[in-house]
Each structure stands twice: as structure tokens, then as C-alpha cells.
Design a protein around this ligand. Structure first.
Ligand code: GUN
Length: 294
């Protein structure tokens, strides 16, 4: 088994843990250095984060994003709006931010209230400021292998695979989940690296038969214990995108971590795995947007 400074295993019988906190810290050193260089050339990377309504989980996420910007020297503004903000008012605000030269990235935290059309909101963001990578232009660019912003969570997962020196070429990767934000872009990124990719979802008939063939499993469903130890081939790499609460209120991913780590070769923990990497890649995208602007 390969190990390096971002993956550690307590015993030879259990999976090496890919530490998203440690990897993020390493990547953020580079982000801070590039931000300093950009500032010296007169440009401070700027991110606008818009939150509509009072979803408590979203409030925590946006606070973490704004704090991460500050920690790395990026400028950020957090704009909070009441849950009854009209769609027209939100679209008008996005239009103003599209034209604001101090802002290089615009992020509208999802979900938005039901009376607002999320697709309209996403398409209103200028593609060159779409640091979430949700715009149809960003998704299309990824699909055809053109440069564009990559959705932060799958981008972070790819960095985690890169950190352990994993060669995806010819490997079988199984992605569980088909969301526009994670599952679909994840599959595209794995395909770009020449993996054979299977996307599983709620209508998949025999999930276990699929995952047992996988060299790499990315679980992005949003439900505890979707992936159990009997579903994992010994030595497989398991990436857990889930961030859920179990019936006891304890934070858990989509993977039965304690059991799966006895079988897998590498595994990402929750918390401390993909979560911090998502925010790190948001910083990377914002910084790249500012660099392109310059
Ligand atoms: N809601 C949950 N994850 C995300 C994310 O990465 N970006 C946005 N904008 N909303 C989210």
C-alpha cells in the first residue's frame, strides 16, 4: 500500500485515511502565496456569497466559506437576504455583481427558497464568475474537456486521489449519485483520467454487484450507511461525499466508516475528508478567476 503525508493508517489491517484537513492546509499555503502575489499586482481576489433564507446548515456553510477566504487573504462579502426575497430582486443583485470588478466569484448558496427557480439563478451568474461550476457553460466545458470552472466537491475528490498518487487509467470507478453538483461532474472527471465509470442511482437494481467491481467508489447520495463493508472490494479507494445526521443526531457520511475501513485500501473520513476540500477548491476557483481577470 502506498502511503504519503496526506494518507495515514493506524494499522496495516485498516485503510489508509486520506486526511482532507491536512491536504487542504497544504493547498491553502499555495493559495495564500498566490493571493499575496496577485495583491502585489493590484488585484485582490473577491468572492460574493449570497444566502437567501435562514436554513441553519446553509448559514454554517457560508460562514465557513467566508472565514476560509479571510484566512487565505481573499476578499469576500456575505450577503444575507430574507426568505421572501423575490426572484427578480435576486437576479438583479447577481447582475450587479456580474458587473462589479472587485468580485471575481459569485456563489448563491443552495437550496434557494421554493419560489425561486434555482436554474434561473445559476444561469444568471456570468460564466467567468461561476466559481461553483454550476452554470450550464461550466458543465458543458467539463463535458467536452474545455477549460472552465469545475464544481468544487468533485474537484476536491480528484485532488484527494491525486494526493495518494492514484493512477485512474483503466480502473473501474463507481459513482453513487447523479446530481448535477457532484455525481455527474465527478463521473466526467474520472472519465477524463481514463477510468471506466459507472454511475449508480436510486433506480440501480443491484448496487452491491456494481460496487464490488469497483477500484474506486465515490459515495454521494446524502444518506447514512449507503455503502457497507460487504459492498467493497478489498483494497478499494472509498471517497465519502456524504454529510448527514444519523437518527441519534451524530454527523455521518454515506459510508459505514468503521466497517468499510477494515476492507478498503484508502478511505476519506467524515468530518475531515471531502468537506474541507470543497471549500479549498472554491478558493482555488476564485483565485483562478482573479488571475484570469488580470
Ligand atoms: N449547497 C450545498 N453545497 C453547495 C455548494 O457547493 N455551493 C452552493 N452554491 N450551494 C451548495
Amino acid at each position: 500500500m502506498t502511503t504519503n503525508q496526506n494518507a495515514s493508517n493506524a494499522s496495516a489491517d485498516t485503510a489508509a485515511v486520506i486526511d482532507g484537513v491536512a491536504l487542504s492546509a497544504k493547498l491553502r499555503e499555495d493559495i495564500t502565496r498566490r493571493t499575496v502575489a496577485l495583491k502585489a499586482r493590484g488585484v485582490t481576489p473577491g468572492l460574493a456569497v449570497l444566502l437567501v433564507g435562514d436554513n441553519p446548515a446553509s448559514a454554517v456553510y457560508v460562514r465557513n466559506k467566508v472565514k476560509a477566504c479571510a484566512d487565505s487573504g481573499l476578499h469576500s462579502v456575505l450577503e444575507r437576504y430574507a426568505a421572501d426575497m423575490t426572484e427578480a430582486a435576486l437576479l438583479a443583485r447577481i447582475d450587479a455583481l456580474n458587473k462589479d470588478p472587485s468580485i471575481h466569484g459569485i456563489l448563491v448558496q443552495m437550496p434557494v427558497p421554493a419560489h425561486i427557480d434555482a436554474n434561473k439563478v445559476i444561469e444568471a451568474i456570468a460564466p467567468e464568475k461561476d466559481v461553483d461550476g454550476f452554470h450550464i457553460a461550466s458543465a458543458g466545458a467539463l463535458m467536452v474537456g474545455q477549460p472552465g470552472f469545475i464544481s468544487c466537491t468533485p474537484y476536491g475528490c480528484m485532488k484527494m486521489l491525486e494526493s495518494i498518487g492514484y493512477d485512474l487509467r483503466g480502473k473501474h470507478a463507481v459513482v453513487i449519485g447523479r446530481s448535477n453538483i457532484v455525481g455527474k461532474p465527478m463521473a466526467m472527471l474520472l472519465l477524463q483520467k481514463s477510468a471506466t465509470v459507472t454511475i449508480c442511482h436510486s433506480a440501480t437494481q443491484d448496487l452491491k454487484a456494481m460496487t464490488l467491481q469497483a477500484d474506486v467508489i465515490v459515495a454521494a447520495v446524502g444518506k447514512c450507511n449507503v455503502l457497507t463493508a460487504d459492498m467493497v472490494k478489498p483494497g478499494a479507494v472509498v471517497i465519502d461525499v456524504g454529510m448527514n445526521r444519523n437518527p441519534q443526531g451524530k454527523l455521518c457520511g454515506d459510508v459505514d466508516y468503521e466497517a468499510v475501513r477494515q476492507v478498503a485500501g484508502f478511505i476519506t473520513p467524515v468530518p475531515g475528508g471531502v468537506g474541507p476540500m470543497t471549500i479549498t477548491m472554491l478558493l482555488v476557483n476564485t483565485l483562478e478567476s482573479a488571475e484570469r481577470h488580470l
